[in-house]
Design a protein around this ligand. Sequence first.
Ligand code: SF4
Length: 245
Amino acid sequence: MVKANHMMPDRAEASRTHCIRCGTCCMKGGPTLHEEDAILFAKGILKKSHVYTLRKSEVVRNIDDTLMVLKQEIIKIKGQGEAWSCMFYDDDQSACRIYNHRPLECRALKCWDLRGFKEVMARPCLQRRDLIKPDDGILKILAAHEQRCAYKTLESAVRGLRGPDSDKAVGSILALLQYDHHIRPFLTEKLRLDLNTMDFFFGRPLTTTIRMFGLCVKQEGDTFLLVPAESRKSAQPETKHPKDL
Ligand code: SF4
């Protein structure tokens, strides 16, 4: 499960009055980006391959550890592989690799006093369309993907599993997952896009986020099988992926 926002202090952090470069805030995850951070892309500090999108209606963990359904999409800096740590955090140096150009939330955060950070959190978040030229043909592809693979659609199909036509519901879910899965390498090849930008353009793969509905996908060749999350856990070692539910 991904966190909508990182950097909430523990009780000990709240008693500090200055930064001791412990790195805790950077190790709790990358920041959510705001409109003011668009300039970092214009300057080439941030690239689309550095970030991923959490789409509208995706379920994320809130800063107070409760679950929250996103009312609109947000864009976050990626972690380091399977770890929470922001990809720009240098553990050896306890430093940010882009410190002089760090995003708005990072500049606002004082873990001993969250007033500035909370004010920044309320500012408009960066959206995918802010980083794509208006005449770029990929916008139409994103709209089609959004229409077909919206989380509301997936949620409705998952609800159908409990109804009288559960086989049809399974088929609908697998069709969504297959579409979302195949569009990524297809467009990478067709439009010569970096595969690492796909989580920016299309959000996290549905084969990953389906876990928010208590389901997992087992892939056997080109075939997807839908299984309860618990069965998959017992069938094979869990891949540690803290961004999943
Ligand atoms: S961008 Fe830099 S300051 Fe911000 S979370 Fe990442 S490592 Fe920390």
